[in-house]
Design a protein around this ligand. Sequence first.
Ligand SMILES: Nc1ncnc2c1ncn2[C@@H]1O[C@H](COP(=O)(O)OP(=O)(O)OP(=O)(O)O)[C@@H](O)[C@H]1O
Ligand SMILES: [Mg+2]
Length: 333
Amino acid sequence: MTAVAPARSGATERPAPPPRDAVLRCRGLVKRYGSTTVVDDLSLAIAPGEAYGLLGPNGAGKTTSISMLVGLLAPDAGEVEVGGHRLADAPAAFKGAVGYVPQDLALYGDLTARENLNFFGRLYGLSGRALARRVLDVLDQVRLADRADDRTETFSGGMKRRVNIAAALLHEPDLLVLDEPTVGVDPQSRTAILDGIAELNAGGMAVLYTSHYMEEVERLCDRIGILDRGRMIAEGSRRELVERLDQADRIVLDVDGDAEALARACAEAPGVRHVAHAHRQVTLMVGAGRSALPQVLVRAAEVGVAVTGAHVIEPDLEAVFLHLTGKALRDGA
Ligand SMILES: Nc1ncnc2c1ncn2[C@@H]1O[C@H](COP(=O)(O)OP(=O)(O)OP(=O)(O)O)[C@@H](O)[C@H]1O
Ligand SMILES: [Mg+2]
């Protein structure tokens, strides 16, 4: 085993600088309830077209934070700008730029999906043909056009959630803010929701997504903020966050031949911290698995061992969270 500092392997990832022309920006947001500070000095910025994930366990302050960001809850300190406008100075521009999907469902069960959306559309000042067209468009976007005229009380939880998302899209916002939209929904709706959000984002809409499901945030988001007890404890792309850990990647090789010989040959390769072998399998702990793999394959060829399978397993955001807070992301979930 050798103790070698890992090479960095993030060169192919999109870098994550703080955006300059932000669609949303907040500075120093604070919210207190009694003597408890539930959001503590939160600052973040989201660029046009960016997908930003706010990740944190139950009670971390995600809902409180985004309630302040979308203008539903007054902060005790700090300020929020949407498209350069503050809510107090330009309420119409501020609200027009943001679509908000709350954590709790807000639908009239005895109305159809279309009727619900007509209602919400009128709240946004839409009417007539323009409203009818937007309702059709958004039902299409959430893949519910075929259920437009069914009462929403007959919908599954996931379908209701999709109507809620449709409502937030009616006024064509620049930024879509979603508070844990896949909690408690069936797998089919979950996929539809995640695919739909990815599609909207690919079409240029900025997204602020909160979740305690790290795999959703990893899949959807360019940049991730980790929130714990009201504080932003880390921010960056998935790769940047994982690299902070300085944790090893794992390379698992399926081999046909002398596994022990290959293990010996790899033990001194650059970046390799630990090697283990079993019958037909060699496992290496390395600083940067993807960049170490070619070198490992060369050594396998040198010792005459055929590699029939190779997997690089990288530490995930769960590991990052555990490292930063000492607790699992899913605590209490
Ligand atoms: N109106 C309120 N009065 C008092 N405390 C509140 C209020 N709203 C939220 N809190 C507290 O603030 C903290 C953060 O709550 P918040 O709902 O923002 O967390 P969250 O990250 O959204 O959690 P979850 O994943 O469960 O939705 C919690 O401890 C909560 O009990
Ligand atoms: Mg919440």
